[in-house]
Design a protein around this ligand. Structure first.
Ligand SMILES: [Zn+2]
Length: 204
């Protein structure tokens, strides 16, 4: 359903004559997912600014988000907001989720920003974290309290380096893309990964 327009004080960037009018509308559109798969998406309350003089329409980031969510729903995926909510509900950073599940942190970040559709396996993993407590708990076990030595391995700049011994190899995990709060938290309470099943930490 369309709502009556709300006059803005923004001049039309196209004709520079009219003042844009903001409306919200429902959109039904086809999304081509490739491999011959086309789904019908249903987006509600999409904000659009229209020029009454030249008829040009303008869309911002909010419209893009709403359309992306509609495509996610049509494709049977969770939405970016849901992915973020699940992770934050576990109190894991993006890096922690990436390392515990074997996905790259870029995959986690992209899924939460809604820049592109996630892969099907990532969606399944996040659903399992949401719906399957034993799976969640099993992964959470790999986040354990640090030893004194590991807690001391804080390098300047708030970065935290934690050594991980996996089988006979030794490598260093450095959290990236953490919020300031998270960095502060990690500096005071560094966590190390002690995988009961080392293969979980192998990157794909
Ligand atoms: Zn115009």
């Amino acid at each position: 359903m369309n709502h009556p327009g709300e006059q803005t004080d923004e001049k039309c960037p196209e004709c520079r004559k009219g003042l844009l009018v903001l409306t919200r509308r429902t959109e039904d559109f086809d999304f081509d997912a490739g491999d011959g798969i086309v789904v019908r998406a249903h987006a509600q309350n999409v904000p659009v600014k229209q020029c009454p003089k030249c008829g040009e329409e303008f869309f911002g980031p909010e419209a893009a988000h709403i359309r992306h969510d509609a495509v996610c729903v049509a494709m049977g995926y969770l939405t970016p907001t849901e992915y973020r909510r699940i992770r934050e509900g576990l109190d894991w950073s993006q890096q922690e989720l990436a390392d515990l599940t074997g996905y790259g942190v870029a995959t986690v970040s992209r899924a939460e920003r809604g820049r592109q559709l996630p892969n099907r396996n990532y969606d399944k993993t996040l659903r399992a974290l949401r719906d399957c407590p034993p799976y969640r708990d099993e992964l959470a076990k790999q986040l354990v309290a640090p030893t004194q030595d590991q807690a001391a391995e804080t390098v300047p700049g708030g970065d935290v380096a934690v050594s991980i011994s996996v089988a006979h190899s030794e490598f260093t995990f450095r959290p990236r893309a953490l919020s300031r709060e998270r960095q502060a938290e990690l500096s005071g309470r560094a966590r190390s990964f002690r995988p009961s099943r080392p293969s979980r930490l192998q990157r794909v």
